[in-house]
Design a protein around this ligand. Sequence first.
Ligand SMILES: Cc1ncc(COP(=O)(O)O)c(C=O)c1O
Length: 447
Amino acid sequence: MLGRCSLETLRKRKSHKWQTHAADVLPAFVAEMDFDLAEPIAEAVRDALAVGDFGYGYLGELAEAFTAFAEKRLRWAPDPSRVFAIPDVMTGIAEMIQAVTPPGVVEAPLRRLEDGRHDLDPEALDRALGADGVSAYLLCSPHNPTGRVWSRQQLLTAADICQSHGRALLIDEIHAPLVLPGAEHVAFLSLDHEITQRAVALTSASKAWNIPGLKCGVAVAGSPELGAALAERWEALLPGQPGVPATVAAVARSLPWLDALLAQLDENRMLLARLLGEHLPGARYAPPEASFLAWLDCRALGLGEDPAEAFLARGRVALSPGPGFGTQGRGFARLNMGTSPELMAEAVRRMAAAAAAHAHEPRYSAARSPVWARSGCRPGTTTIATPGAARLRRSRRAPACRRRERRTRARRGWPRACRRACWGARRRSRRSRPRGPRSPGAARRRA
Ligand SMILES: Cc1ncc(COP(=O)(O)O)c(C=O)c1O
């Protein structure tokens, strides 16, 4: 039902995932999957194609289809009159941030647990939301990249803190349909809490049914006032027209496909634990409770701040760089498990080969190298934090993959560690620049 994930076919795709790297690189980075489309979605897009239906999107039956899906799968019954179409979640977030906040991002780091998992940290959140000038909290639930599914109690604690500081709340629930066996997602707007009046939930079929290119998301306003803020921005938030019927086809008629996907992802997350144990035991991994992204702690592998760089350069496998997710991502990398067990095993073998090659390489001390010392760049001072905010920031440097590869080649004569130090310093210096207001165009460029 989910397809064969044949590399020959996948390499014919023209998407960012399959076109960014050279043909010898196995792409396991950007959050889209390798499976075939659910048939009802393919049919909805074929129907649109047959009549040239590629104009501006119209809400049509999207609100009713989404609320029926939310009742069936998310145990949440939003009012259809508060449901709005948006082109994608990041544009929805960018527009709502402009609606409810002045520009700027403050970090609220997660707490790292002994077992390698992460938790919301109420004290860090209280500090961040108490900071001067903060207007809104952007919460990712379930969480990307750690794969945590927050409990009702954790969400209520976050809600209390947000309420006590009088902040608005934007909640990114794009991974909610992908909660895996053993975990239970609580839709934020289903909570009995007054903060829901100041909250907007944003979601999309783009992750669960793998259709980000069709540009249709869903925003649900927690109050009539926030509904009015969304309605006012209708021009900026127009969805792609084939995306609307495709999203209806996803939430209304593609649940068997979703169930087959969840079974495959459940298998993949367990298989990854075995593969890492066998080939790369130094990498620490807590299987995600939702979605298809594995957050790998590579700090013990000695691959530096951005292990994805070494995996790509030495192993020809492209993961998402951990530092792109915020300061807590240093030494981490994100692996995409939305593929066949065979391709996932190949990705892990390539990572292991890269780590082994790195271990046998002559060493230079990045921290003490003259390039580092001369760069004059100090670790970034910009504060980043909630995963959604980290993604917003990441979007500013999304086109870097190609340029970075080119730079690698240009600097081939340099000692590797010096190159890494220099890149790190540049990245940090870029991060420490003050941020201006985000434009939907910039949000759209994110990976
Ligand atoms: C938590 C989260 N939010 C938003 C997005 C992007 O969604 P969209 O394409 O709808 O902007 C992603 C993509 O990986 C994501 O993981």
